[in-house]
Design a binder for this molecule. Structure first.
Ligand SMILES: N[C@@H](CCSC[C@H](N)C(=O)O)C(=O)O
Length: 889
C-alpha cells in the first residue's frame, strides 16, 4: 500500500485530521506499523491513539464552528476532526493520496463530474446503476458534457473513443457492473486511457467490492468512489459516500469542490461510518461465503446466474486478477417478469429493498427499483432483462436464507419437487451442511427442478431478454431521413384559395427503426420528449380499422385514437411527447393490422430542425415514421440504385399524411408532401368551389438560404383569423393583395419548374424581387412583427443588400433570406454575427434539397439507433455525412 498523506484542513484540503498537531515522527510511526498489517487488521486499527484523552473510539465533534483564527479548523463544512479522522483512516484503506467522506455516493459522482468541462467527453458503461445514469444524463443535457455509454467491459469498445479528435476527459467504470455483474479490466482500460491522454482520468465506482476486495488505485485508476451507505457502513443506518484520490493534485481539486459545495459528511454520520468500517472484513467474508452457496444453488436449479465466482462467468479470470473476492451481490433471470414479481413478493426473510451491503439480505427487481430511472426503451436497448432479480446477501445463517428463497421459488411456481431423485433425509442434509456447505447447497437444489427444465447459458440470456419468438422483428436497422420545409410564397393567402409554394430545407429529421426482442414496441425521440415502450400484447388490436390494400384509411378512427391517447397518458409524457407517441402508435397499429403481424421494434428519431417554428418538423417526423415502418413491413422496397419508386413515394406520403392528421387534426398536406418529395410543391386549397391541387416542382438547382429564427413565439390561429377579419372589413385592400400574391406564386412556380427560362443570376434575382413584394404584402396584412422587420433591415443593410421575407404564420417565428451564389463567405460570417447580436438564431441551409432518404451502408448498420441518439441534434449533420443511401430525389 502506498504511503498516504495525513490530511490538513482548508480549501485546498478538506480531509482534516485531529492528529496534525502531533509530531510527524509519531504519525509516521503509526503508518509504518499499519503498512505491515493485513487489511482485516488495518480496518479495525484506526489511528486513535493520539487524540487528547486517548479515546479509543474517534470522538464526535458535533460543532459547526471552531473558535480562534490560528487553529486547524474554523468551520465544519471545511473540516471537522471526526470527519478528518475517518478520512485519514479511509485513505490508508484505499491506498489513496487522500480520501474524502461525503453525504452520499451520488454526491461523490456529482463532485467528480465537476472536473469535466462542457464539450469534454465522459465514457461510461452500458450496464450501470440507474442513479449514475440519471446524473450523467443531467450532465449531458444541462452541462454540455458529451456522455457516451459504451460496453466498458470490452476494452475494444473503449478504444475507438480514445483516438485523435476525441475529447475523453473521464472514463467511468463499475466492476462488477450493477446489476449484471459484468467485469471491466481496470488495469487495461486505465493503461489505454492514459496512453491516449495522460490528462484523462479513470474513475471507478467500487461500491460492490469495497476496498477490502478491490483497490482500483493500485490498478491504475485515478479516482475511486464508493457508496459508504453499503458495505463500508454495513447496517443501512446512514448515507455516505467516499472519494479516494490517487494524486495530491486530484485530491486538492476534489477538496476545493467539496468545501465550495458543502457536501462533506456530518460529524455524527462520520462517527457511525467509522464504527461500521471496523467490521468490514468480517462482514464481507461471511456475506461472500453465503453468496457462494446461494449462487451455486440457483445455478444448479438451472437459472442463469450472474456472479463472478461461478465457473461459467465469462469474465471470471479478469475479475480474480484484480479482486480478492466475488462480493455478495448476484443477479439471476427467470425469463418471465410476472414470475420474478411472484418470487420477490413471496420472500419473507429476504427484504424487498433497494441498496446492498447491509448485514441483512435483500431481494429486488432492478428494472422496477434501482434502475427504474432508466427508461424502458434504453433498458431494452442495453440488454437489461426486465425479469432480472438481484440478491444482496447478508450474514444470516445460510440454511435460513435458502429455506426462505426455496419457499418463495416454490410458491411462485419457479421450481417444483424433482420426485424422481433419491433425496437426502433432513438428518443427512444437516450433517452435510456441517461437513461441506457447498455440497449441501447442491444437494438441496437436486431436490427440485424448473418446470420447463434448466436453461443453457444461451437459453438463459435469451429468456432474460424475453426472446420468445412470440413477436417478429426486423433483421437490420432501417435508417431514413426527411427534410423540413419553408413556405416561400403564398402563406396566409393560401387560406383564401391562393396557391402557395413551399420548398424543402436541408435541415432534417433522422429515424432509425431497430429490432427488439422483448415483445414491445417503442419510440425514443428525445427532441420530442417521447421515450416509451409498450407491450404489444396490451395494445387495443380489436379497435384497428379494417383496411383495403396497403394505403391508410382516409379518416382517423375515433375509437382507436382515444384508446391510444389514454394508453399514452398513463405514461405521463409532456404535450409534445404525447402527440408524437400517439401518432407513432396509431400509424404502427393501423399499418400492422393485427397483433399476429406485429413487429417488435423501436423507432429512434432526432432532428436538427427547429421544432415548433413552422418549419415542418412534425411532417419530417411523420415521413420518417411512415417510411421506416413501410420498409419494415415490406410495403416499400428499396432495391438496386433506383431508390424508392414513384408509387412507393405516394404510399409513404399517404401514411405520413395520416400521422400528420393525428398530430394536427386537419393539416393541409403540404408539409408531408415536401418532407417526402423534397424540391418544391405548389399547393392550392379548394375554396369556394375553386378546385384545389398539389403539384411537385422539380428540376431546379438548390439555392443557399439563410433561415433566421427570431425565437419570438407566435399564435398561428389568431394571425390567420386576423387576416380573415381584415378581408371582411377591408376587402378593397386585401383582395388585390391576394390577386397579386397569386401572380407571384404563378411566376415563382414557372421559374422553379423551368417553364420560365432564366440564367442562374437572373433566376435568383427575380425570386428575390418576388419575395420582397410578397413580404410587403404580408406586412400590409398585419402579420409581420418587429423581430422580423429587424431581420429584414439587418440583411438589407450595407454591405449585405439581401432580401428577406417572413415565412409561415409571421408574428415572430422565422424569416428566409436567399443567398446569391456569388455572396462572399466573409460577408456571410459578418451577417450571421449581426443576426446573433439581435438575439436571433440563424441557420445556413439550402432551399430545395432532397426529400425522403433511405440510407444503407457505412454507419447504417447495427447500433445506428444509439449512434443517432448519442450524436445529439447539434451533430446530426456530421453523423448523417457518414450515411450512404438511396434518396427519393
Ligand atoms: N429511488 C432510488 C433508488 C436507489 S437504488 C440504490 C442502490 N444504488 C442500488 O443499486 O440498489 C433512486 O432512484 O435513486
Amino acid at each position: 500500500m502506498s504511503s498516504t498523506r495525513t490530511s490538513t484542513p482548508g480549501e485546498s484540503s478538506l480531509a482534516t485530521s485531529i492528529f496534525d498537531s502531533k509530531s510527524p515522527s509519531e504519525v509516521e510511526s503509526f503508518d509504518t506499523r499499519a503498512e505491515k498489517w493485513h487489511f482485516a487488521t488495518q480496518v479495525v486499527a484506526a489511528d486513535s491513539s493520539q487524540n487528547q484523552y486517548g479515546a479509543s473510539s474517534t470522538p464526535i465533534f458535533q460543532t459547526a464552528t471552531f473558535k480562534g483564527m490560528d487553529g486547524p479548523y474554523d468551520y465544519t463544512r471545511s473540516g471537522n476532526p471526526t470527519r478528518g479522522g475517518l478520512e485519514s483512516h479511509l485513505a490508508r484503506l484505499y491506498g489513496a493520496s487522500q480520501a474524502f467522506a461525503l453525504s452520499t455516493g451520488m454526491t461523490c459522482l456529482d463532485v467528480i463530474l465537476r472536473l469535466v468541462k462542457p464539450g469534454e467527453t465522459v465514457l461510461a458503461g452500458d450496464d450501470l446503476y440507474g442513479g449514475t445514469n440519471r446524473l450523467l444524463t443531467y450532465a449531458k443535457s444541462h452541462g454540455g458534457v458529451d456522455v457516451r455509454h459504451v460496453d466498458t467491459t470490452q476494452v475494444s469498445a473503449v478504444l475507438p473513443h480514445l483516438g485523435a479528435g476525441n475529447k475523453v476527459k473521464m472514463v467511468l467504470l463499475e466492476s462488477p457492473t450493477n446489476p449484471l455483474l459484468k467485469i471491466a479490466d481496470i488495469q487495461a482500460v486505465s493503461d489505454a486511457v492514459h496512453a491516449a491522454n495522460p490528462e484523462a482520468i479513470v474513475v471507478v465506482d467500487n461500491t460492490m467490492m469495497s476496498p477490502y476486495l478491490q483497490r482500483p488505485l493500485e490498478l491504475g485508476a485515478d479516482l475511486v468512489y464508493d457508496s459508504g451507505t453499503k458495505y463500508l457502513s454495513g447496517h443501512h443506518d446512514l448515507m455516505a459516500g467516499i472519494i479516494a484520490a490517487g494524486t495530491p493534485k486530484l485530491a486538492s481539486d476534489i477538496a476545493w469542490h467539496i468545501n465550495a459545495m458543502g457536501s462533506g459528511l456530518a460529524p455524527f454520520d462520520s462517527f457511525l461510518l467509522m464504527r461500521g468500517i471496523k467490521t468490514l472484513a468480517l462482514r464481507m467474508d461471511k456475506q461472500e461465503a453465503n453468496t457462494h452457496l446461494v449462487a451455486n444453488y440457483l445455478d444448479a436449479l438451472g437459472f442463469l446466474v450472474h456472479y463472478p465466482n461461478l465457473k461459467h462467468h465469462p469474465m471470471r479470470d479478469i475479475h480474480w486478477k484484480q479482486a480478492s473476492g466475488a462480493g455478495a451481490v448476484l443477479s439471476f433471470v427467470t425469463g418471465d417478469k410476472q414470475l420474478s414479481e411472484r418470487i420477490v413478493s413471496a420472500a419473507r426473510l429476504w427484504g424487498v429493498s433497494v441498496s446492498f451491503g447491509a448485514v441483512n439480505s435483500l431481494i429486488s427487481m432492478p428494472c422496477l427499483m434501482s434502475h427504474a430511472s432508466i427508461s424502458a426503451a434504453v433498458r431494452a436497448e442495453r440488454g437489461l432483462p426486465e425479469n432480472l432479480i438481484r440478491l444482496c446477501v447478508g450474514i444470516e445463517d445460510p440454511r435460513d436464507l435458502l429455506d426462505d428463497l426455496e419457499r418463495a421459488l416454490i410458491i411462485a411456481g419457479a421450481i417444483v419437487p424433482a420426485v424422481s431423485k433419491d433425496l437426502l433425509t433432513a438428518d443427512k442434509l444437516a450433517a452435510l451442511y456441517k461437513a461441506d456447505p457447498e455440497k449441501w447447497s447442491l444437494a438441496r437444489a437436486a431436490g427440485f427442478k424448473r418446470p420447463d427444465g434448466p436453461d443453457s447459458l444461451l437459453q438463459g440470456v435469451a429468456k432474460g431478454l424475453a426472446i420468445s419468438g412470440e413477436n417478429k422483428t426486423i433483421d437490420e436497422d432501417i435508417v431514413v431521413s426527411a427534410p423540413g420545409k419553408v413556405i416561400l410564397f403564398g402563406e396566409h393567402a393560401v387560406v383564401h384559395g391562393v396557391t402557395a409554394i413551399a420548398t424543402s430545407l436541408n435541415l432534417r429529421c433522422f429515424g432509425v427503426l431497430s429490432a427488439r426482442r422483448d415483445g414491445q414496441v417503442a419510440i425514443a425521440a428525445p427532441d420530442l420528449e417521447a421515450d416509451h415502450a409498450w407491450n404489444i400484447s396490451e395494445l387495443p388490436w380489436d379497435l384497428v380499422p379494417a383496411r383495403n390494400g396497403t394505403a391508410p384509411s382516409a379518416e382517423l378512427d375515433a375509437a382507436l385514437l382515444s384508446a391510444l391517447e389514454k394508453i399514452v397518458a398513463d405514461a405521463k409524457p409532456t404535450k409534445t411527447g404525447t402527440s408524437a407517441s400517439v401518432a407513432f402508435l396509431y400509424v404502427y397499429m393501423e399499418m400492422t393490422g393485427s397483433r399476429a403481424n406485429a413487429l417488435s421494434v423501436t423507432l429512434t428519431v432526432s432532428a436538427n430542425l427547429p421544432i415548433g417554428a413552422g418549419l415542418g418538423s412534425s411532417a419530417a417526423f411523420s415521413a420518417c415514421l411512415a417510411s421506416s415502418l413501410l420498409i419494415a413491413y415490406s410495403h416499400v422496397a428499396v432495391a438496386g440504385h433506383e431508390g424508392v419508386s414513384a408509387p412507393s413515394v405516394d404510399l409513404v406520403d399517404s401514411w405520413a399524411f395520416l400521422a400528420e392528421k393525428v398530430l394536427h387534426g386537419n393539416p393541409s398536406g403540404i408539409d408531408n408532401a415536401v418532407a417526402v418529395r423534397g424540391g418544391a410543391v405548389a399547393f392550392t386549397r379548394a375554396v369556394n368551389g375553386k378546385e384545389g391541387g398539389l403539384d411537385g416542382i422539380r428540376g431546379f438547382d438548390s439555392i443557399r438560404l439563410l433561415l433566421t429564427n427570431t425565437k419570438v413565439p407566435r399564435d398561428t390561429k389568431s394571425l390567420v383569423a386576423g387576416v380573415g377579419a381584415k378581408k371582411i372589413a377591408e376587402p378593397h385592400v386585401v383582395n388585390p393583395i391576394l390577386d397579386d400574391i397569386q401572380a407571384i406564386s404563378d411566376e415563382a412556380r414557372g421559374l422553379l419548374d423551368g417553364s420560365v427560362v432564366a440564367e442562374r443570376d437572373a433566376f435568383v434575382g427575380r425570386l428575390e424581387q418576388l419575395m420582397r413584394v410578397n413580404h410587403a404584402h404580408l406586412r400590409t396584412l398585419g402579420v409581420s412583427h418587429a423581430s422580423l422587420e429587424a431581420v429584414v433591415a439587418a440583411t438589407a443593410a450595407e454591405p449585405f443588400g439581401l432580401t428577406t421575407k417572413l415565412t409561415g404564420a409571421g408574428g415572430g417565428g422565422c424569416a428566409v433570406t436567399l443567398i446569391p451564389d456569388s455572396f462572399p463567405a466573409d460577408k456571410l460570417d459578418a451577417l450571421l454575427a449581426n443576426l446573433r447580436a439581435l438575439g436571433a438564431e440563424p441557420h445556413l441551409t439550402t432551399l430545395g434539397g432532397p426529400g425522403l432518404g433511405v440510407h444503407r451502408g457505412l454507419d447504417a448498420g447495427a447500433g445506428a439507433a444509439s449512434k443517432l441518439k448519442s450524436a445529439g441534434s447539434a451533430n446530426l449533420a456530421q453523423w448523417s455525412e457518414g450515411l450512404g443511401g438511396k434518396w427519393v430525389h
